[in-house]
Design a binder for this molecule. Sequence first.
Ligand code: THU
Length: 134
Amino acid sequence: MIKTKEEELMYEEAKKAFDKAYVPYSKFHVGAVVKTKDGKFYSGCNIENASYGLTNCAERTAIFKAVSDGYREFESILVIGDTKDGCKPCGACRQVMAEFMKKDATVYLTNIKDAFEKYTMEQILPYSFLKEDL
Ligand code: THU
Protein backbone atom coordinates (compact mmCIF):
# COMPACT_ATOMS: atom_id res chain seq x y z
CA MET A 1 0.00 0.00 0.00
CA ILE A 2 1.29 3.46 -0.85
CA LYS A 3 1.54 5.58 2.29
CA THR A 4 1.01 9.31 2.57
CA LYS A 5 3.78 11.41 4.13
CA GLU A 6 1.68 11.66 7.29
CA GLU A 7 1.09 7.90 7.46
CA GLU A 8 4.83 7.40 7.04
CA LEU A 9 5.54 9.83 9.91
CA MET A 10 2.99 8.15 12.15
CA TYR A 11 4.51 4.76 11.39
CA GLU A 12 8.02 6.01 12.23
CA GLU A 13 6.81 7.42 15.57
CA ALA A 14 5.04 4.17 16.41
CA LYS A 15 8.20 2.20 15.58
CA LYS A 16 10.19 4.37 18.01
CA ALA A 17 7.63 3.59 20.74
CA PHE A 18 7.74 -0.12 19.77
CA ASP A 19 11.50 -0.05 20.42
CA LYS A 20 10.88 1.39 23.92
CA ALA A 21 8.35 -1.29 24.99
CA TYR A 22 8.95 -2.58 28.53
CA VAL A 23 8.35 -6.27 27.97
CA PRO A 24 10.61 -8.39 30.19
CA TYR A 25 7.95 -11.14 30.45
CA SER A 26 6.35 -11.57 27.03
CA LYS A 27 9.20 -10.01 24.99
CA PHE A 28 6.38 -8.96 22.65
CA HIS A 29 6.88 -5.31 21.67
CA VAL A 30 3.92 -3.15 20.65
CA GLY A 31 3.92 0.53 19.69
CA ALA A 32 1.02 2.89 18.99
CA VAL A 33 0.44 6.48 17.91
CA VAL A 34 -2.75 8.52 18.06
CA LYS A 35 -3.32 11.64 16.01
CA THR A 36 -5.26 14.50 17.61
CA LYS A 37 -7.72 16.69 15.67
CA ASP A 38 -5.08 19.44 15.51
CA GLY A 39 -2.52 17.07 14.03
CA LYS A 40 -0.43 16.27 17.11
CA PHE A 41 0.97 12.75 17.57
CA TYR A 42 1.10 10.91 20.90
CA SER A 43 2.96 7.64 21.04
CA GLY A 44 2.96 4.80 23.55
CA CYS A 45 4.39 1.34 24.14
CA ASN A 46 3.25 -1.64 26.17
CA ILE A 47 4.45 -1.60 29.77
CA GLU A 48 4.44 -4.92 31.61
CA ASN A 49 4.57 -5.68 35.31
CA ALA A 50 5.71 -8.57 37.53
CA SER A 51 2.02 -8.71 38.48
CA TYR A 52 1.12 -9.61 34.87
CA GLY A 53 -2.47 -8.34 34.91
CA LEU A 54 -1.29 -4.78 35.50
CA THR A 55 0.24 -4.61 32.04
CA ASN A 56 -0.74 -1.56 30.03
CA CYS A 57 -1.07 -2.04 26.28
CA ALA A 58 0.60 0.33 23.81
CA GLU A 59 -2.71 1.69 22.49
CA ARG A 60 -3.91 2.65 25.96
CA THR A 61 -0.54 4.18 26.87
CA ALA A 62 -0.73 6.45 23.81
CA ILE A 63 -4.40 7.35 24.41
CA PHE A 64 -3.93 8.01 28.14
CA LYS A 65 -0.89 10.22 27.49
CA ALA A 66 -2.93 12.32 25.04
CA VAL A 67 -6.05 12.47 27.23
CA SER A 68 -4.00 13.51 30.26
CA ASP A 69 -2.64 16.33 28.09
CA GLY A 70 -6.19 17.54 27.40
CA TYR A 71 -7.08 15.78 24.10
CA ARG A 72 -10.44 14.01 23.88
CA GLU A 73 -10.80 13.00 20.26
CA PHE A 74 -8.47 11.20 17.89
CA GLU A 75 -8.67 11.11 14.10
CA SER A 76 -6.57 8.00 13.80
CA ILE A 77 -4.46 5.43 15.60
CA LEU A 78 -1.61 3.30 14.26
CA VAL A 79 -0.51 0.07 15.95
CA ILE A 80 2.70 -1.84 15.21
CA GLY A 81 3.84 -5.25 16.42
CA ASP A 82 6.12 -8.06 15.33
CA THR A 83 3.14 -9.98 13.94
CA LYS A 84 2.50 -11.83 10.69
CA ASP A 85 -0.20 -9.34 9.60
CA GLY A 86 -1.15 -5.99 11.10
CA CYS A 87 -1.01 -6.07 14.92
CA LYS A 88 -4.55 -6.44 16.31
CA PRO A 89 -5.65 -4.43 19.35
CA CYS A 90 -7.02 -6.44 22.29
CA GLY A 91 -10.66 -6.11 23.33
CA ALA A 92 -9.92 -3.74 26.22
CA CYS A 93 -8.00 -1.40 23.92
CA ARG A 94 -10.79 -1.48 21.31
CA GLN A 95 -13.26 -0.32 23.96
CA VAL A 96 -10.93 2.51 25.09
CA MET A 97 -10.32 3.50 21.45
CA ALA A 98 -14.10 3.66 20.87
CA GLU A 99 -14.44 6.07 23.80
CA PHE A 100 -12.23 8.64 22.07
CA MET A 101 -12.62 7.90 18.35
CA LYS A 102 -15.64 8.38 16.11
CA LYS A 103 -16.97 5.42 14.11
CA ASP A 104 -15.33 6.73 10.90
CA ALA A 105 -11.92 7.36 12.52
CA THR A 106 -9.02 5.48 10.95
CA VAL A 107 -7.27 2.50 12.53
CA TYR A 108 -3.96 1.41 10.95
CA LEU A 109 -2.75 -2.06 11.91
CA THR A 110 0.84 -2.62 10.88
CA ASN A 111 3.86 -4.79 11.56
CA ILE A 112 7.63 -4.33 11.41
CA LYS A 113 7.69 -5.74 7.87
CA ASP A 114 5.28 -4.55 5.19
CA ALA A 115 1.77 -4.93 6.60
CA PHE A 116 -0.16 -1.66 6.54
CA GLU A 117 -3.87 -2.38 6.98
CA LYS A 118 -6.45 0.38 7.15
CA TYR A 119 -9.81 0.05 8.94
CA THR A 120 -12.47 2.28 10.46
CA MET A 121 -13.21 2.29 14.18
CA GLU A 122 -16.62 0.84 13.32
CA GLN A 123 -14.97 -2.16 11.62
CA ILE A 124 -12.65 -2.71 14.58
CA LEU A 125 -15.43 -2.61 17.18
CA PRO A 126 -18.93 -2.97 15.72
CA TYR A 127 -22.03 -2.82 17.96
CA SER A 128 -19.99 -0.91 20.56
CA PHE A 129 -21.23 0.23 23.95
CA LEU A 130 -20.74 4.00 24.03
CA LYS A 131 -21.61 7.03 26.18
CA GLU A 132 -24.77 7.52 24.08
CA ASP A 133 -26.01 4.20 25.44
CA LEU A 134 -26.00 5.35 29.05
N1 THU B 1 -0.45 -5.84 23.89
C1 THU B 1 -0.56 -4.54 23.50
O1 THU B 1 0.30 -3.70 23.83
N2 THU B 1 -1.64 -4.20 22.77
C2 THU B 1 -2.63 -5.04 22.40
O2 THU B 1 -3.67 -4.61 21.95
C3 THU B 1 -2.43 -6.49 22.54
C4 THU B 1 -1.43 -6.87 23.57
C5 THU B 1 0.70 -6.24 24.71
C6 THU B 1 0.35 -6.58 26.12
C7 THU B 1 1.52 -7.47 26.51
O3 THU B 1 2.59 -6.65 26.96
C8 THU B 1 1.94 -8.12 25.20
O4 THU B 1 1.33 -7.37 24.17
C9 THU B 1 1.54 -9.58 25.08
O5 THU B 1 0.19 -9.74 25.31
